[in-house]
Design a protein around this ligand. Sequence first.
Ligand SMILES: *Cc1c(COP(=O)(O)O)cnc(C)c1O
Length: 383
Amino acid sequence: MFSSSVIEISKSALQKNLTLLRKILGKKVIISSVIKGNAYGHNIEAFVPIAEDCGQEHFSVYSADEALRVKSISSNGPSIMIMGAIDNDEIEWAIENDIEFFVFDFDRLDAAIKHSKKIKKPAKVHIEVETGMNRTGFDQDELELVLEKLKHNYEALSFEGLCTHYAGAESIANYLRVKDQIKNFSKTYKWFHAQGIVPKICHTACSAAAIRYPKTRMNMARIGIMQYGFWPSDETLINFLSKKEDKTDPLDRVITWKTKVMDTKEVSTGEFIGYGTTYLAHKKLKIATIPVGYAHGFSRSLSNTGRVLIHGKRVGVVGIVNMNLMTVDVTDIPETKKGDEVVLIGHQGDLSLSVASFSELSNQLNYELLTRLPNNIPRVITN
Ligand SMILES: *Cc1c(COP(=O)(O)O)cnc(C)c1O
């Protein structure tokens, strides 16, 4: 294969994660598969068909271009919801294709009304309200006008959902802020209800909120990172396991990123490895070069820090991660030779590696590293 590494996507892992999530959230809560950022690097075209095979019927994307990609690849006519960017001149396309979208300003709301009237088909809108994240969402003092517009354009606007997003539900440090957001959302919902304008569904939860704050599940949860088999934070995992007998991580990584050893070399005591002087061989070492670097999405910040799996053992990156390669210390696995399998993310033998397993690094790097995986690394679906 003309590629220095390959990404495997495991359908059975996805099925396992979704089964667990459905069990936790219950039958009444729709699970929307969040597939922004090229399905967190898994690749939309590879991911959507297997997610559909696993029973997913609702997908959340960030932007109109991603919605178009889902539309082109899906086969069961799933619901597609744009949570972020859509230009006003893409709205007509969205309405025509039953693509739902967040609305958090009057410019977009008015464009939705205009295009809907033009093609005589209602726009499926999700009204996003500000509850405390201070990013997007209608402010409290704008809601009166939102309500007026929904009321007077009921043929043009189908009020699909009322929604918001939490400012860091994966960390207990944000507990009070999230609790406030939950309260604010509830107030807003009750206000709409009292005015007789009711959304079809309410949705606010991401993975962390759905796990930590059951109240946030409402009618639908927008689940990203957990369906791929990663936890939003160690805290979320630890909290989850603290209530369980079985202390093993119940999620399975859907992704395995693999390559092969390109070369091996002995390095004498006192020599530096790679560019500059960041790694000094304190004893005689055996190193292996791996044909993956920051151009392939393996962050340069993992220099001297990252880990990979070889022969079922964890080995550390030594020296700087280069553009197209890196070196790892295989002194303790002397049998390592050219062509041996290297796992960058995922399972090898009994061990599994996520980016966050590099102890001092935060789970936030999972999101970042995954979404930076280049689209030209081949994706292979495995069972
Ligand atoms: C990314 C995103 C989610 C999913 O977050 P996870 O932590 O990956 O579950 C949910 N809602 C919105 C608005 C998002 O942008």
